[in-house]
Design a protein around this ligand. Structure first.
Ligand SMILES: [Zn+2]
Length: 86
Protein backbone atom coordinates (compact mmCIF):
# COMPACT_ATOMS: atom_id res chain seq x y z
CA UNK A 1 0.00 0.00 0.00
CA UNK A 2 1.38 3.35 -1.01
CA UNK A 3 0.90 6.16 1.39
CA UNK A 4 1.04 9.53 -0.29
CA UNK A 5 1.09 12.84 1.50
CA UNK A 6 0.62 15.72 -0.91
CA UNK A 7 2.69 18.85 -0.42
CA UNK A 8 1.10 21.18 2.06
CA UNK A 9 2.12 24.69 3.06
CA UNK A 10 4.46 24.68 6.03
CA UNK A 11 4.04 20.96 6.58
CA UNK A 12 6.98 19.31 8.32
CA UNK A 13 7.08 16.50 5.76
CA UNK A 14 5.33 15.42 2.59
CA UNK A 15 5.90 13.53 -0.63
CA UNK A 16 8.35 15.68 -2.57
CA UNK A 17 6.96 16.66 -5.98
CA UNK A 18 10.50 16.63 -7.36
CA UNK A 19 11.85 13.26 -6.25
CA UNK A 20 8.67 11.59 -5.07
CA UNK A 21 10.10 10.55 -1.74
CA UNK A 22 8.29 11.14 1.50
CA UNK A 23 10.75 13.48 3.10
CA UNK A 24 11.21 16.07 5.77
CA UNK A 25 11.00 19.62 4.47
CA UNK A 26 13.12 22.53 5.61
CA UNK A 27 11.27 25.82 5.36
CA UNK A 28 13.89 28.44 4.67
CA UNK A 29 13.69 31.77 6.39
CA UNK A 30 13.33 34.10 3.44
CA UNK A 31 13.46 37.21 5.56
CA UNK A 32 16.88 36.22 6.75
CA UNK A 33 18.41 34.78 3.59
CA UNK A 34 16.71 36.73 0.81
CA UNK A 35 15.18 39.82 2.38
CA UNK A 36 14.75 41.54 -0.98
CA UNK A 37 12.91 38.54 -2.44
CA UNK A 38 10.75 37.59 0.46
CA UNK A 39 7.78 39.44 -0.97
CA UNK A 40 6.40 39.47 -4.51
CA UNK A 41 3.58 41.89 -5.19
CA UNK A 42 2.74 41.87 -1.53
CA UNK A 43 2.62 38.07 -1.39
CA UNK A 44 4.97 36.17 0.82
CA UNK A 45 7.43 33.84 -0.90
CA UNK A 46 8.52 30.77 1.00
CA UNK A 47 10.95 28.05 0.00
CA UNK A 48 10.86 24.48 1.22
CA UNK A 49 13.91 22.30 0.76
CA UNK A 50 13.51 18.54 0.45
CA UNK A 51 15.89 16.63 2.69
CA UNK A 52 15.86 13.70 0.27
CA UNK A 53 16.90 15.36 -3.00
CA UNK A 54 17.88 18.76 -1.59
CA UNK A 55 15.85 20.49 -4.26
CA UNK A 56 13.51 23.31 -3.42
CA UNK A 57 9.87 24.06 -3.96
CA UNK A 58 8.64 27.62 -4.06
CA UNK A 59 5.49 28.76 -2.37
CA UNK A 60 3.81 32.04 -3.01
CA UNK A 61 1.05 33.18 -0.73
CA UNK A 62 0.68 29.64 0.60
CA UNK A 63 0.45 27.99 -2.83
CA UNK A 64 3.18 25.85 -4.30
CA UNK A 65 4.49 26.94 -7.67
CA UNK A 66 4.75 24.15 -10.25
CA UNK A 67 8.15 22.43 -9.92
CA UNK A 68 8.63 22.43 -13.69
CA UNK A 69 8.25 26.19 -14.02
CA UNK A 70 12.01 26.62 -13.90
CA UNK A 71 12.12 27.08 -10.14
CA UNK A 72 12.70 30.78 -10.63
CA UNK A 73 9.44 32.48 -9.71
CA UNK A 74 11.11 35.83 -9.38
CA UNK A 75 10.86 36.61 -13.08
CA UNK A 76 7.16 36.09 -13.52
CA UNK A 77 5.32 37.30 -10.47
CA UNK A 78 2.03 37.19 -12.36
CA UNK A 79 2.33 33.55 -13.35
CA UNK A 80 0.80 32.01 -10.22
CA UNK A 81 -2.59 33.29 -11.36
CA UNK A 82 -2.49 30.66 -14.08
CA UNK A 83 -2.11 27.83 -11.63
CA UNK A 84 -5.05 25.63 -11.05
CA UNK A 85 -6.42 25.63 -7.58
CA UNK A 86 -5.87 22.20 -6.14
ZN1 LIG B 1 12.82 15.61 -3.05
Amino acid sequence: MVHHTPPRFQAAAFNCPLCGAYSKQIWLNMQRHYPTRAMIDGKELRIAQCTSCNKMTFWLDGRMLPPDSGSVPFRNPDQPDELKQD
